[in-house]
Design a protein around this ligand. Structure first.
Ligand code: SAM
Length: 479
């Protein structure tokens, strides 16, 4: 029985409810009156207390996903852009993944780190190697990392992950610093989540891969990840352990995208219903070619067009949730979905263990092929050319604005007096310390122009003063 408040995965991701939702969406995909009322409900409302959006239920959003009337689809795209502008402005937060270990005891059929893969080199970074990787990442200009590891209680126990987090935060190379470490490791216990929280992590990210239980069990035939309920209930344990910023995701391509989309939104509704706060982020990875993985083995690959529609509808359905796109996607696809709602992107990523210290892009321990292979300087410049502000901001979590406190900032309309200045100041740091001459020139002009978009005169004055001090060598200002 479907119950968003239940703590049992089978009840908050109820298969019957998803099937009924899909049938309802099919029956109404041409119901213009209903579609218009759903679009109307999702529209941002501007009041003197700020801009508000109600979002959509999984049923409403599924109707929009099923609808393929070109004029209505265009309205969905326009609305997604409007919501994106209202809450995220033109800022794009930058991060990089850091692969710690590819030892893994699971049997995931789509991942080359699966246990039976005997020809991939197994590697686990020592703390000295972690430090080297972090220095290489700091030298590019990164301030925010997502750490990644296979699941292996012997080789990658929680103590190893905690040691790595400590090492990462401790490295201060030149003007560099990693100020936020997000963690993407396998589902674990409340006790371990509490340890991660105490180590000062930002978001705990765990992809569901698929919400379709039967497929999930087949795609994860062996290892601890086989336990669908333990995996699906992980975010509840993370929240119980004190982590209130959690990141959801589906690996698109494994199952029918409409099923996954409904499941993803039901998961978000469940977190909101039980913990009073929805997911901090949603990631939208698609299955990629990798060592012994051929994406065409999976029948449910989605076109770039459907992918863009999914991104737009996530933006509309959960307006306060950040959306992440990785270098699995090409420059062209990234360009399209950034406009439609993506708020965070990775840049210059290497998906191999120890990849940042190697001169050439190593393939022997790589998790998947990277489509966007540009340098961080190139990605930053490209974003600015399109009118976006690349942001290296990590202020919210350092100021304790996590969970519902972050959501209230989002809803209060103060984001333009807070996130916008933080973006400009951290971009200035990047320009001073890491950018090429060309990027710096473009960036300085952009900053000058964007200062005028800070609503509060007082905040504007402080930002101008701080920017001057950053140019003279000071670092780490934040609101
Ligand atoms: N081992 C952890 C887990 O199982 O959740 C940590 C994360 S794993 C390093 C990161 C994610 O990469 C997985 O959750 C999966 O969605 C994604 N992934 C695995 N194989 C992939 C592939 N061939 N193409 C694209 N993404 C892939």
């Amino acid at each position: 029985m479907y119950d968003p408040k239940s703590l049992c995965a089978d009840e908050f991701i109820d298969d019957g409810e998803i099937r009924e939702t899909l049938a309802y969406a099919d029956a109404n995909k041409d119901n213009i009156e209903l579609i218009d009322s759903i679009l109307e409900k999702a529209r941002p409302r501007r009041t003197d207390k700020g801009t508000f959006c109600t979002g959509l239920t999984h049923r409403e959003a599924s109707v929009l996903l099923a609808c393929d009337i070109p004029e209505k689809v265009q309205q969905m795209y326009d609305l997604a852009e409007e919501i994106k502008k209202a809450f995220y402005g033109n800022r794009i937060v930058m991060f990089a993944p850091l692969y710690l270990s590819n030892y893994c005891v699971n049997g995931c059929l789509y991942c080359p780190y699966h246990m039976k893969n005997k020809h991939i080199a197994r590697k686990k970074l020592t703390q000295e190697e972690v430090a080297k990787e972090v220095i290489a990442l700091q030298d590019m200009g990164h301030k925010r990392l997502a750490i990644e590891a296979g699941e292996d209680p012997v080789n990658n126990p929680i103590e190893y992950i905690l040691d790595c987090i400590n090492t990462i935060y401790s490295i201060k190379h030149k003007n560099g610093a990693i100020r936020r470490v997000n963690v993407n490791i396998a589902a674990t216990t409340v006790e371990n989540y509490r340890k991660l929280k105490d180590a000062g992590i930002g978001t705990y990210i765990l992809f569901q891969e698929t919400y379709h239980k039967e497929s999930y069990l087949k795609l994860h035939p062996t290892g601890p990840k086989h336990d669908y309920n333990y995996h699906t209930e992980a975010m509840d344990r993370a929240m119980e352990g004190g982590i209130d910023d959690v990141g959801l995701g589906v690996l698109f391509g494994l199952e029918l995208y409409r099923y996954e989309f409904a499941g993803l939104l039901m998961h978000a509704e469940h977190l909101e219903a039980v913990h009073g706060v929805g997911p901090h982020t949603i990631s939208v990875p698609r299955v990629k070619r990798a060592d012994d993985i051929d994406p065409s083995q999976f029948d449910n690959g989605i076109s770039d067009e459907i992918f863009a529609k999914i991104c737009a509808l996530i933006r509309i359905a959960v307006p306060y949730t950040g959306m992440i796109i990785s270098t699995r996607e090409s420059q062209a696809v990234r360009e399209k979905v950034i406009r439609l709602g993506v708020s965070q992107i990775s840049g210059a990523s290497r998906t191999s263990v120890g990849g940042y210290t190697d001169e050439d892009r190593p393939h022997d321990t790589e998790q998947f092929d990277v489509s966007d292979q540009r340098t961080l300087d190139e990605v930053v410049c490209w974003l600015m050319d399109m009118g976006y502000i690349p942001s290296f901001c990590t202020a919210c979590y350092r100021e304790g604005r996590t969970g519902d406190r972050f959501m209230s900032l989002c809803k209060s309309g103060q984001i333009q007096n807070c996130c916008h200045p933080n973006a400009l100041m951290t971009l200035k740091e990047f320009l001073m310390d890491y950018a090429s001459q060309h990027t710096r020139e473009i960036g300085d002009k952009l900053i000058e122009k964007e200062i005028d978009n800070i609503p509060s005169p007082k905040v504007r004055e402080i930002v101008i003063k701080n920017l001057k001090e950053i140019a003279e060598g000071s670092r780490d200002f934040r609101f």
